[in-house]
Design a binder for this molecule. Structure first.
Ligand code: CCH
Length: 302
């Protein structure tokens, strides 16, 4: 396999730079969540890639299957239509870029713009997808579970324990929305700034198990806590059961501690593992295009 950096790019450097610039320009949005669409773009890049199965070599970001109900309608992807709609004008303006490339690139641009590390991104994903290739539902993690489930999901993609913890640090960004996942609130007090705060708070704060919404309406229990300067009326910070499980596991916990102490190490490891995530299932030929059997942008129903 030739390293993607050695392959011919289907786009010029100027084209990619123009898309990056346009993504940067739409990140700030005072009407959306905490003032940035960056976090939901990062989640789009992750969910488009996180369906990968290393054994069957199915799933992954190639194909941009989330455009179709079979993958896009997966309850695990609730809310990501907002991210796709935000990117649509950029796709219209730069129609040469595939959705699969645009979604992964937007995530990388958002992380950097929010103060995170530079992540290597390679082009060449196509938008060809067929029924046989859309991954089955249930491949993305379920936040109500714990460390055994995290291992099953991320080992399937080919990640190890250290990589699982590093990837989880993305929860420095954004928030949970009751109507999307049944969980509510941000993990950190500055959810549009990428840092290692998530790991620090995971260790330092006294987390309390709570139902914020009504169980009957689909709300899950979660962990909540407040910083010393926060009032009772302030929205609390939160951790998912899966987040907390990282501190309850002998193999995960040392990495949580390392990343809490050393932001540079976290940034370096996060950049490597996010770069690996968005490459899952993308095998390019010498032309630089990912392998596929049909025309880009076409959906074949079996
Ligand atoms: Fe996550 N994530 N995620 N997550 N996630 C949610 C939101 C974000 C899990 C569950 C949830 C990763 C791993 C996991 C982001 C990035 C990553 C939500 C709230 C749930 C639930 C959704 C909502 O209500 O809108 C679980 C379980 C795992 C298991 O490991 C990984 C890996 C990444 C990226 C590397 C980001 C960013 C968000 C915020 C999205 C937003 O809209 O603000």
């Amino acid at each position: 396999v030739i390293h993607p950096s050695k392959l011919k790019s289907p786009y010029t450097q100027e084209q990619v730079a123009a898309v990056k610039k346009d993504v940067e320009a739409i990140l700030k949005n005072k009407d959306y969540d905490d003032g940035s669409i960056g976090p939901v773009l990062v989640r789009l890049a992750w969910h488009s890639s996180g369906t990968y199965c290393a054994e069957t070599k199915t799933g992954g970001s190639n194909g941009a299957g989330m455009r179709y109900e079979k993958e896009g309608g997966d309850p695990a992807n609730a809310g990501l239509q907002h991210a796709r709609v935000f990117l649509e004008p950029i796709k219209e303006k730069h129609s040469w870029i595939t959705y699969a490339d645009l979604w992964t690139l937007a995530g990388v641009v958002a992380i950097k713009a929010m103060g995170g590390p530079e992540i290597e991104w390679y082009p060449g994903r196509t938008d060809f997808v067929d029924d046989a290739r859309v991954p089955p539902r249930g491949r993305l993690p379920d936040a109500a579970q714990a460390q055994d489930h995290l291992r099953a999901i991320f080992y399937r993609m080919g990640f190890n324990d250290q990589e699982i913890v590093a990837l989880s640090g993305a929860h420095n960004l954004g928030r949970c929305h009751a109507d999307r996942s049944g969980f509510e609130g941000p993990w950190v007090n500055n959810p549009t700034r990428f840092s290692n705060q998530y790991f620090k708070l995971l260790i330092k704060l006294k987390w309390e198990k709570k139902h914020l919404g009504r169980e009957a309406q689909g709300a899950h229990w979660q962990w909540i806590a407040r910083l010393p300067h926060m009032d009772e009326e302030d929205e609390p910070l939160m951790m998912l059961p899966t987040d907390m499980s990282l501190t309850l596991d002998d193999k995960f916990k040392p990495w949580v501690e390392k990343y809490a102490e050393d932001q540079d190490l976290f940034f370096k490891d996060f950049a490597a593992v996010f770069g690996k995530l968005i490459e899952l299932g993308v095998t390019r030929d010498e032309s630089g295009l990912a392998k596929h059997d049909g025309k880009a942008g076409e959906y074949k129903s079996a």
